[in-house]
Design a protein around this ligand. Structure first.
Ligand SMILES: *Cc1c(COP(=O)(O)O)cnc(C)c1O
Length: 382
């Protein structure tokens, strides 16, 4: 059986988990800060806050950015629904804008139109997504956001290790927060770094960082923090705001530390697999997305677009190849339809959804398996 994505757990990973299980800390111990520091170094940002999962990362990011019941936030319909749900958790309104069909990313021109059509101050922020691992042009989004006084929260779940070169020749790694205010990651098993459940928020902003740490753990301020209003002694802590228990356990942080050591290797393998797919499908009626030279794609997913998507999906299953669809447009989910969106609102996203299929992409996919996948796909479509 060949799935569309798969985690890779080595003996070193298992040893790391066992080591922490035998340590005094299962959660809130030294491995949390160690993982955060290693992750921040890998991504190239100042601060990282480990949390329970990517959805929790989105939620506390929206809290730190001040999303509330009067906020309107723009995001893409082609993403995992959590990229939009986080705004709803804070009571805000999600406003979708269509994708660019060439990149499948949030179309900045559609966002610009939306901003131009409303009085300044209508929107508070933008949540662009590095869909499939294709880095969003954050240089352009930052510029637009600055014109309108918006924040930018990058959903980089698909793109650890991805990067792009800006117009001045500077390299930006996905999630390094050199252009976004905050970025978030997930360590769900299908993602690049797999800890089961886990997530991370990255930023260069110290104020946001402090808020994130507070919201991750009930809203509590602990000993040693200058923000304490009173201090009764060594035991003393203060609940200053309402937060959640969104902590990531030490056991999983040490698994993350171990996985992170292989991140570059995994990324190279993903990129090599993508290159073979690109070459195999060139000139066929299997449409692929090939980024320009200044963009380094992280390939969480390898998405093809074909005429008979359902036919190919069903056919591949008979061959034990389990492809997947990313994503059903979020605005067409019954929950969001209930809030007012409808079919026809975002034609590019809806057309993309009719034809897209994510085919096997993970570092341990063998050459033989990939050749089998390619020949079955080409056999079906030709
Ligand atoms: C996986 C994912 C999330 C949510 O991450 P979890 O860890 O599953 O909560 C959010 N956004 C995108 C784009 C994702 O792929």
């Amino acid at each position: 059986m060949i799935p569309y994505g798969k985690q890779h757990i080595t003996d070193e990973d298992i040893a790391a988990v066992i080591e922490t299980l035998k340590s005094p800390f299962l959660t809130s111990g030294p491995k949390v800060a160690e993982f955060e520091a290693a992750f921040a170094k890998y991504i190239g940002c100042k601060y990282a806050v480990a949390v329970a999962n990517g959805t929790a990362a989105l939620h506390i990011s929206c809290m730190a950015l001040g999303v509330n019941s009067s906020s309107k936030v723009i995001t893409t319909p082609i993403t995992f629904s959590a990229s939009a749900n986080c705004v709803r958790y804070c009571g805000g309104e999600v406003v979708f804008a269509d994708i660019n069909p060439e990149t499948v990313l949030l179309d900045i021109e559609k966002v610009r139109n939306l901003l131009e059509q409303h009085p300044k101050g209508t929107f508070e922020g933008i949540i662009p997504v590095d869909f499939a691992g294709y880095p969003v042009d954050l240089e352009a989004f930052r510029k637009l956001a600055d014109e309108y006084g918006l924040w930018v929260l990058e959903d980089a779940c698909h793109a650890p290790g991805g990067s792009f070169i800006d117009s001045s020749g500077k390299n930006h790694r996905c999630g390094d927060s050199s252009l976004a205010d905050l970025a978030i990651f997930s360590f769900h098993p299908v993602k690049h770094i797999a800890t089961g459940e886990g997530g991370m928020v990255t930023t260069n902003d110290e104020e946001l960082y402090k808020k994130l740490k507070q919201y991750r753990s009930h809203g509590m301020v602990y000993q040693g923090d200058s923000a304490l209003i009173e201090n009764h002694g060594g035991w003393y802590m203060e609940l200053q705001e309402l937060g959640y228990n969104y902590r990531m356990p030490d056991v999983l942080c040490n698994l993350g530390i171990s996985q992170l050591k292989r991140a570059d290797e995994g990324l190279e393998k993903r990129q090599a697999i993508a290159k073979r797919y690109d070459e195999a499908f060139a000139g066929t009626n299997v449409k692929t997305i090939i980024p320009p030279a200044h963009v380094s794609h992280a390939y969480h997913l390898y998405v093809i677009q074909i005429e008979d998507r359902k036919g190919l999906y069903d056919y591949l299953r008979t061959k034990q190849i389990f492809s997947q669809v990313h994503y059903i447009p979020v605005h067409l989910m019954p929950y969001y339809k209930g809030l007012g969106s409808k079919a026809g609102d975002f034609p590019n996203a809806e057309k993309y959804y009719e034809h897209c299929l994510s085919i096997p992409m993970y570092p341990t996919l063998t050459l033989e398996e990939q050749e089998f996948v390619i020949s079955e796909i080409l056999g079906f479509v030709q």
